[in-house]
Design a protein around this ligand. Structure first.
Ligand SMILES: C[S@@+](CC[C@H](N)C(=O)[O-])C[C@H]1O[C@@H](n2cnc3c(N)ncnc32)[C@H](O)[C@@H]1O
Length: 456
């Protein structure tokens, strides 16, 4: 077995050839691969080796000796210290080319499809200020509470943020107001190691097409703040329509906590295409509203509905995809594990006067057979699972349905490729087409919509 040509903590000069899935640069030393954090294609960098394994090593860039041709100026003052963006300094065309290649490469390597039928990536309409949801953390600072995003590569350090380029001016202003409030009220940020302090997180959601904002404060145990003052400072922003508070009294970082409504409406609304959606604090909503509309249009055209079909919308969230398809289908049946999201989906059907869609709470792998008994054979099944893909029994149950067409909306090319391989090899499907969509510029995330068909 050959010895790796590098050792830990060694500094060396590397030329970065390409970007690997996940966003690290790829350099080679006589064929031995070194993944270089903050190295961009074409760069010559000085890098320090941080980890050595048998087949590859990891390194971090300490100096860019010669910048590659795709490097651009990053506009955000917090880049690259902030962990919110990975590629602000990579030309956008190069970002989407890399994402396209990751999807193709996953299908080739993992699904074993020699020439994957991957269409041209749909680029993001807006390259900045595109998010409708931000989650910030509190941390102690020299002038009192700081409020921002994690430092790049650090889960235990927070960078105070003045202006984030992923959210809107409204989102930035609300966050800064909450930081000022925390300082004024002398509330201490929670310290996970010591188990002391109080303020933990702030979540801001915005209906980007409705102008409505929802604010959720997450604290450690008990109510140790004056509600009226928090409501007063937040409602100075006319966009704020809903203020929630959640308690996490455990040392662990937990999401989807039950919330207490402090002021305003339980939920806010967002408009996607010609539909209106109610969104509660813990319900899932694609975080880029503008590109969600593009994604759903694509899913709709790939579903190829003619009006007479039974459609399943698995992992349906608040019903966004199912309700966009309902007008072209006979019936739509949605399954979603989060009861809060299902509650929204049912309300959303009503809100949009859609009478041919029904939504149920349950784990796809566990309830799909029951749904099949109740709803009958589907002509089209849309799946939009989380990053883990069709986990547990979900893939087997989906395969057993033997629907003629599956539309697979994926946020992870690796699990998409693994699931595609099984659907092809074990259940007789053929991958017709995959179209990548860039929902998250400057991050390594890539979404895609695939169509799989089964010969009947
Ligand atoms: C990527 S989101 C898609 C939501 C929706 N299709 C959309 O576009 O807004 C995945 C959803 O799957 C739900 N989920 C996760 N695991 C699940 C499971 N085992 N069964 C059912 N739903 C699940 C999550 O709560 C989340 O709402």
């Amino acid at each position: 077995m050959a010895t790796p040509p590098v050792t830990r903590d060694e500094e060396l000069e590397l030329r970065v050839e390409s970007l690997a899935f996940g966003g690290n640069g790829v350099a080679r030393l006589d064929g031995f691969v070194v993944f270089v954090r903050a190295g961009l294609p074409g760069d010559t960098v000085r890098a320090r080796i941080t980890k050595v394994q048998r087949r590859h090593a990891e390194a971090i860039t300490t100096e860019v000796i010669e910048a590659g041709p795709q490097r651009v100026e990053a506009p955000c003052a917090h880049y690259p210290a902030c962990g919110g963006c990975r590629f602000q300094d990579l030309d956008y065309e190069a970002q989407i080319a890399a994402k396209q290649a990751w999807v193709e490469d996953s299908l080739r390597r993992i699904a074993g499809i020699a020439e994957p039928p991957v269409g041209q990536i749909i680029p993001a309409d807006d390259r900045f200020f595109y998010r409708n949801k931000m989650e910030y953390s509190f941390a102690p600072g020299p002038d009192g509470a700081e409020l921002g995003l994690h430092r790049a590569g650090r889960w235990d350090e927070v960078l105070d943020i003045e202006r984030c380029w992923l959210t809107t001016d409204v989102g930035n202003a609300i966050r800064n107001t909450v930081r000022d409030w925390a300082r004024e009220e002398r509330l201490a940020p929670y310290d996970q190691a010591a188990g002391s302090g109080y303020l933990r997180h702030l979540v801001i959601r915005e209906g980007r097409n409705t102008g409505q904002a929802l604010v959720q404060l997450v604290t450690h145990e008990r109510e140790r703040f004056e509600r009226e003052r928090l409501i007063e400072v937040l409602t100075a922003h006319p966009e704020v329509k809903s203020i929630h508070w959640a308690v996490n009294d455990t040392p662990a970082e937990i999401t989807n906590l039950p919330t207490v409504l402090l002021w305003g409406d339980e939920a806010i609304e967002e408009q996607i295409g010609d539909l209106r959606f109610r969104v509660r604090p813990n319900a899932f909503l694609q975080t880029n509203t503008q590109m969600a509309a593009r994604l759903y249009d694509l899913a709709r055209s790939e579903a190829g509905l003619t009006g007479g079909e039974t459609v399943y919308d698995l992992y349906c969230g608040i019903g966004t995809i199912g309700l966009s398809l309902a007008q072209d289908a006979l019936t739509v049946w949605g399954i979603e594990v989060s009861e809060e999201s299902v509650a929204c989906a049912i309300e959303n059907a009503e809100l949009n006067a859609i009478g041919n869609a029904a939504f149920f709470a349950g784990n796809v792998g566990q309830v799909l057979r029951d749904l099949h008994e109740r709803a009958g054979d589907p002509e089209v099944v849309v799946v939009d699972p989380p990053r883990a893909g069709l986990a547990g029994k979900a893939l087997k149950r989906l395969g057993e349905l033997a629907a003629p067409r599956v539309v697979y909306v994926s946020c992870n090319p690796t699990t998409l490729a693994g699931d595609t391989k099984r659907l092809v090899e074990e259940y007789g499907y053929r991958l017709v087409r995959t179209t990548p969509v860039d929902m998250f510029p400057h991050t390594p995330h890539v979404e895609s919509v695939s169509v799989l068909e089964r010969a009947s």
